[in-house]
Design a binder for this molecule. Structure first.
Ligand SMILES: [Ca+2]
Ligand SMILES: [Ca+2]
Length: 108
């Protein structure tokens, strides 16, 4: 499942180390503009990667739609469940919101 998140992260522009670009990166997720990224904002933004890869728009990534052209099919629900788990790992302060530092921390 960690592989899925890794794939999702690879589809995003790399977060640069500079503070300015970190907050610019956060703003892409932060649709309500409150300065932090909620779970639903995180899942919504990261789900764009799924939509980009789902070339036949059936809500499932089949092997030929996955990077490398192989692997088990991935449904949107599975994808979003893994994003929610990733969100909880990133949310080090457990306040339900990611600041720029939490958002750009390496996954793990
Ligand atoms: Ca927000
Ligand atoms: Ca598909």
């Amino acid at each position: 499942m960690r592989r899925l998140v890794w794939i999702a992260l690879c589809l995003l522009p790399l977060a640069a180390a500079a503070q300015d670009s970190r907050s610019a990166y956060l703003r892409q997720f932060d649709t309500d503009g409150n300065g932090c990224v909620s779970e639903s904002e995180y899942v919504a933004y990261m789900s764009r990667g799924f939509a980009q890869m789902d070339r036949n728009h059936d809500g499932v990534l089949e092997a030929d739609e996955l990077p490398g052209g192989r692997g088990r099919p991935v449904t949107l629900k599975t994808w979003q469940d893994s994003l929610r788990r990733q969100f909880r790992r990133l949310d080090r302060r457990h306040d339900g919101c990611l600041d720029a530092q939490e958002l750009t921390a390496p996954p793990g």
